[in-house]
Design a protein around this ligand. Structure first.
Ligand code: G6Q
Length: 597
């Protein structure tokens, strides 16, 4: 959160005075407390000259002109005219095949999109990120999730300090801990083995770990279950703990700041729940560990900082699943698989950093997204994984994209004159086909889709000979069919030719020309998951660079939190004097009345 800052954890790198900055400032001295909220002390950034507004570029103007052509493009004709189109607009790297040919693009449009990225200095911005410059200008921080997966010998400096050894030190501590839980050498207070690990965290401290746990279930130690409590709603806590034995339960309290009300309230309830059975406060040491940047708050809670796993202020919450926030993931899949996950992230980091934009998966996805959003006016994007293991992926990307790029002002505070993040949503296929695809095929607003699948299943069920398809063959037939149907539709003439009565023809016609990307990967594995997540992280980066927003802050979540804090005592104490608007006041009064009955 923007208002949250780390106090210095044991593992936090020290800042040196040789700070390298993307932006120049009068002073580099920023204290954590001051940097939050209204008294933010750092002066306005002076942006590098290459960080230009997209609509000031030649490419943007060209794209505006090309928009008409894009909007009236007919994919049937485009494919008929150019037999190589499917091959031309596809790219493969790292066991991932991205087919973007079913978008309303052609060579000229793509050239203009690449020119846009170049005029907007995306590569320079990326270089600044990898170099540890403070590209998160509103919080005066480096943005270095890429350091979390850098190999041991690498050097990535933040303010003159190489953070890679710090990262590996934490990783090694995590590994020792995860191994002890998995092997049973870590015992609960009464000597029993840990059977359930409950991660308590929210937002960036929850969505990644849940998504990864579900995605990599097949790689988990099945004798240990992971559960995730995030919501302040006590019903989440109740349902996730009701059948657990505190003697066999380990809580991982995951909070960068260790001040988030939901997490701290759930952690306190967990402590009370555990101690109700375990009685002895010393049991906390065996049943609670923390993942945080805030050592002081962790020890105030009663967790020994020896059982705390740190990370750093240059890791944003939604970019933290591969930091110590992934501790529950590591316990579940084991250190070796976790290293593979990190290696997958790193594969994509290197691809993004070194491949030319035209052969660069994050650039391709990002630029097509910009085309759909800013020039074709698409307001939402559906992420549709054809893989049940990825059933939390859309929710994860929702935060990644919408919290990063859901901004209305540029880095310099002036309004964006263009559209930024679309709404991201989705569910796995084929389930979605029986629910909301109707609208995607025939609704009034086109919804670009990212269709994601794996060629090889983790479990082959059914099939076995050419005549009987397996579950997986049917699944994949569906993803390919959807892309085909969305692109090419069904014309009125085709509908009529089936003998459909004239009055029904419009109902049974599919307009087609609905954009899709298909990302076909070889096989789901920890490494492949890392690649997929990093692909979207860097896609978000490219888009944020072009939109000239700060993809790494989230001031928009602050106001509601402040107001909630003010309302809490008004719900439980003596009736407050009216101090809100008529609507809010009325709701508070109704709540109090019903609670009092
Ligand atoms: C993510 C956001 C946000 C954050 C949560 C939890 O980028 O900053 O989702 O992760 O608010 O914050 P804590 O980890 O500090 O509890």
């Amino acid at each position: 959160m923007a208002a949250k800052k780390s106090s210095t954890a044991k593992t936090s790198p020290k800042r040196s005075s040789s700070s390298k900055k993307t932006v120049s400032r009068k002073t580099s001295k920023t204290t954590a407390a001051k940097a939050s909220g209204a008294t933010n002390p750092h002066p306005a950034p002076v942006l590098p000259a290459w960080h230009v507004a997209p609509d000031s570029t030649k490419a943007w103007k060209r794209l505006e002109k090309l928009a008409k052509k894009g909007a009236s493009m007919d994919l049937r004709q485009s494919f008929a005219k150019d037999r190589a189109r499917g091959r031309k607009f596809a790219f493969e790297a790292l066991g991932m095949h991205l087919d973007y040919s079913k978008n309303l693009i052609d060579g000229e449009i793509l050239d203009a999109l690449f020119a846009l990225a170049s005029e907007c200095g995306v590569a320079k911005h990326a270089k600044a990120m990898f170099a540890g410059n403070h590209i998160n200008v509103t919080e005066d921080r480096a943005v270095l999730h890429v350091a979390l997966r850098a190999p041991k010998g690498a050097t990535i400096k933040v303010d003159g300090h190489n953070v890679v050894p710090d990262v590996h030190e934490v990783l090694e501590r995590m590994e020792r801990f995860a191994t002890s839980v998995r092997s049973g050498s870590w015992r609960g207070h009464t000597g029993k083995r840990i059977r359930t690990v409950v991660n308590i965290g929210i937002g960036g401290s929850d969505l990644g770990p849940v998504m990864a746990y579900e995605a990599l279930k097949d790689f988990t130690e099945r004798g240990i279950e992971c559960r995730y409590i995030s919501n302040i709603d006590g019903e989440d806590f109740y349902e996730k703990t009701r059948d657990l034995n505190p003697e066999e339960t380990l809580f991982v309290v995951s909070s960068k700041t260790f001040t988030t009300i939901e997490t701290m309230t759930n952690a306190q309830s967990a402590r009370a729940w555990a101690l109700a059975k375990l009685k002895d406060p010393a049991a906390v040491a065996k049943h609670f560990v923390a993942v945080s940047t805030n050592a002081a708050e962790v020890s105030k809670f009663g967790i020994d900082t020896a059982n705390m796993f740190g990370f750093w202020d240059w890791v944003g919450g939604r970019y933290s699943m591969d930091s110590a926030i992934g501790l529950s993931t590591m316990v579940a899949i084991g250190p070796e698989n976790f290293r593979e996950l990190l290696a997958g992230f790193h594969d994509m980091d290197e691809h993004f950093r070194t491949a030319p934009p035209k052969k660069n998966l994050p650039y391709l996805l990002a630029l097509i997204g910009i085309w759909n959003r800013d020039f074709l006016g698409c307001e939402t994007v559906a992420v549709l994984p054809y893989c049940q293991y990825l059933h939390r992926l859309s929710a994860y990307f929702q935060q990644l994209e919408m919290e990063s790029n859901g901004k209305r002002v540029q880095l310099d505070g002036t309004p964006c004159r263009w559209q930024t993040s679309p709404v991201i949503w989705g569910e796995p296929g084929t389930n979605g086909q029986h629910a909301f695809y109707q609208m995607i095929h025939q609704g009034t607003s086109p919804v670009p889709c990212d269709l994601i699948a794996f060629a090889k299943p983790l479990h082959e069920i059914g099939g076995g000979d050419a005549k009987s398809p397996s579950h997986h063959d049917i699944l994949l037939a569906n993803i390919f069919a959807q892309g085909e149907a969305l692109a090419f539709g069904k014309t009125p003439a085709e509908v009529r030719a089936e003998g459909t009565p004239e009055w029904l023809v419009p109902h049974r016609t599919f307009p087609g020309n609905r954009p899709t990307n298909t990302l076909l990967c070889e096989k789901l594995s920890p490494r492949m998951l890392g690649r997929i997540i990093a692909l979207y992280e860097h896609k978000v980066f490219v888009q944020g660079s072009i939109w000239r927003v700060n993809s790494f802050d989230q001031w928009g979540v602050e106001l509601g939190k402040v107001l909630a804090k003010r309302i809490i005592p008004e719900l439980v104490g003596a009736a407050p004097k009216p101090s809100h608007d008529g609507s809010t006041q009325g709701l508070i009064a109704r709540y109090r009345a019903w609670r009092a009955r």
